[in-house]
Design a protein around this ligand. Structure first.
Ligand SMILES: N[C@@H](CCC[C@H](N)C(=O)O)C(=O)O
Length: 278
């Protein structure tokens, strides 16, 4: 199997090109490919497939020609991936499958997203609007417990404002988020500290993965919550530092959230699928 390795602020992905829509990717194969010792190693897998060959999104793809079929490292599917979709776009452009001088529509399980290539080499994706839960959620780790904000963007997120992201302690295990009914399909959890006006730092525990160096939908959720906490007149452009680098978020007046950052391809390799995981 020919695959490509890429990352966005070190949130890393195995991309599987599937131009003729012929690949069946079972959860076990995702787990084996994402394994960091016996596989290629990644936080998630992205299958690159034309929408007309993808029954999952065929009826909702609109004008999008390509489907970003995203899976977490544990084999579960997710609505969207803010870093993954930017790396996906980089793959399409670098392989000449799309024209980078034009905006690109990408189908995801969470809806169609618009991507554009910035003159400085970064990639921007329009993430949709945040849907906030009406009530606060409680987030606990072995080092503490905090009241947080629950939201969908469109993936589920619980965002906690802390003095320092290190306050969350070890994030190998998922933080406990209550009430559990708030997120029946699991949740990504962000620990966010204000670093200055329109500037925050964040750590994240990703649903289906563990602690990662970055999470695009989580970064966008962090900016939304930080801006709400800043109150009326809060800036619309936010800088979000993650362990893997720096991303920019624009909170548009119409509610749309835009995420901008690097998207890099680092390798193209042939995987011996039979040997995987041995
Ligand atoms: N890393 C992603 C989010 C991937 C999905 C997430 N783990 C979930 O299950 O919702 C991003 O960059 O947004």
């Amino acid at each position: 199997m020919r695959v490509v390795k890429g990352h966005g602020t070190r949130n890393d992905f195995v991309l599987v090109p599937d131009r003729d829509g012929s690949l069946e990717i079972a959860p076990e194969l995702v787990v084996a490919l994402c394994d960091r010792r016996a596989g290629v190693g990644a936080d998630g897998l992205v299958r690159v497939v034309p929408t007309d060959l993808a029954p999952e999104v065929a009826d909702q793809a609109g004008e999008a020609e390509w489907f970003m079929d995203y899976r977490n490292a544990d084999g579960s599917v997710a609505e969207m991936c803010g870093n993954g979709v930017r790396v996906f776009a980089r793959f399409l452009a670098q392989h000449g499958w799309v024209d980078p001088s034009r905006p690109l529509s990408v189908a995801t399980r969470g809806g169609v997203r618009s991507v554009r290539f910035e003159p400085d080499g970064r990639v921007t994706v329009s993430m949709g609007s945040a849907e906030l839960l009406p009530d606060p959620v409680q987030v606990s780790t072995p080092t503490g417990s905090w009241s947080g904000t629950g939201l969908h963007l469109p993936n589920p997120h619980a965002v906690v404002l802390v003095d320092d992201p290190q306050d969350a302690g070890e994030l190998a295990q998922p933080p406990v988020v209550t009430p559990a009914e708030s997120f029946p399909h699991g949740v990504n959890v962000e620990f966010v500290a204000v670093r200055g006006p329109a500037h925050v730092a964040m750590r994240v525990h990703e649903r289906g993965v563990g602690e990662t160096a970055s999470c695009g939908t989580g970064v966008a959720a962090a900016a939304v919550v930080a801006a709400r906490a800043a109150g009326p007149g809060a800036p619309d452009r936010w800088t979000v530092d993650v362990p893997g680098g720096r991303l920019s978020v624009l909170l548009r007046a119409d509610g749309e959230v835009e995420l901008t950052g690097p998207a890099v391809l680092v390798a193209e390799l042939d995987v011996d699928v039979v040997a995987l995981g041995r």
